[in-house]
Design a protein around this ligand. Structure first.
Ligand code: 1GP
Length: 254
């Protein structure tokens, strides 16, 4: 199934209703070498990914717009900004996850950046998808915690994570993103994904520290609607090809 780009959130809802699982490749613009982009795009197009997420806790590169243009020209996948701050907004993308870092108590990530971003977004056609972003402790300090100066939630305290996700849903967020952090030592516990998915209605994104097919399938089986893969693909562009063909990932474009 090829996702139509016109209403990305509606597509996520439809996929959830049908039990089709989604997969996003996360590209950190700072780690992209434009000269190598052609090969990378081929790998993305051959992968089972249904979405491309673009962003990072801090992005310093000046190639963001060029990267976005290439992604739009050379792939058919929806390009979704996954921003660390308002400087990462690009009008060329299809949508933006409008993230509220609900696990933290830093007002910049709860409202200040949103106030800065709103007038910029109002000038674009980007689909704005409000997303409750919950950082879960994962065994090592991650860039999100360092840059946002917030503490992740204790991975043993599922009740607090659930209350945070429920509050996020009640606040009107359209998605909940359970994040262990890029390059996390330990991914979000499956029991936690199960608990949250059984107690909220909106779709759940899970990412951070998922490095193999087993991790992807475990997250899906626990109730994740969309899994994000960043580091594993960054480290090995053959990541998706290297997954055993007899254990094909079952997701929306299969
Ligand atoms: C990070 O959830 C994403 O924000 C992906 O994490 O880089 O560990 O795959 P990884």
């Amino acid at each position: 199934m090829q996702l139509k780009i016109s209403n990305i959130y509606e597509q996520i809802i439809q996929a959830k209703k049908k039990g089709q699982k989604l997969l996003a490749i996360l590209l950190d613009p700072d780690k992209i070498v434009l000269e190598n982009l052609e090969g990378l795009l081929q790998k993305i197009n051959q992968s089972p990914a249904t979405h491309i997420f673009v962003g990072g806790s801090i992005v310093q590169t000046t190639i963001l717009e060029e990267l976005m243009a290439k992604l739009k020209q050379r792939t058919n996948l929806p390009v979704v900004i996954f921003p660390g701050d308002p400087s990462q907004i690009s009008p060329q993308a299809d949508a933006i996850l409008f993230l509220s870092l609900l696990s933290g108590r830093n007002p910049d990530y709860l409202i200040e950046f949103h106030v800065q971003a709103a007038p910029i977004l109002a000038q674009t056609n980007l689909e704005v998808i409000s997303t409750g972003y919950i950082l879960i402790e994962s065994g090592n300090e991650t860039a999100v915690a360092r840059v946002s100066k917030t503490k992740p939630l204790n991975r043993e305290n599922s009740d607090l994570v659930l209350a945070t996700a429920q509050a996020g849903e009640m606040l009107g967020n359209k998605l909940i993103y359970l994040e262990a952090g890029s390059g996390a030592k330990n991914a979000v516990p499956v029991e936690m994904i199960e608990l949250i998915s059984q107690n909220i209605k909106i779709p759940i994104i899970v990412g951070g520290g998922i490095v193999d097919l087993q991790g992807i399938e475990k997250a899906y089986n626990a109730g994740a609607d969309l899994v994000v893969i960043g580091t594993a693909f960054e480290n090995n562009n053959l990541f998706f090809q290297s997954l055993k063909t007899n254990q094909k990932i079952t997701c929306a474009n299969d």
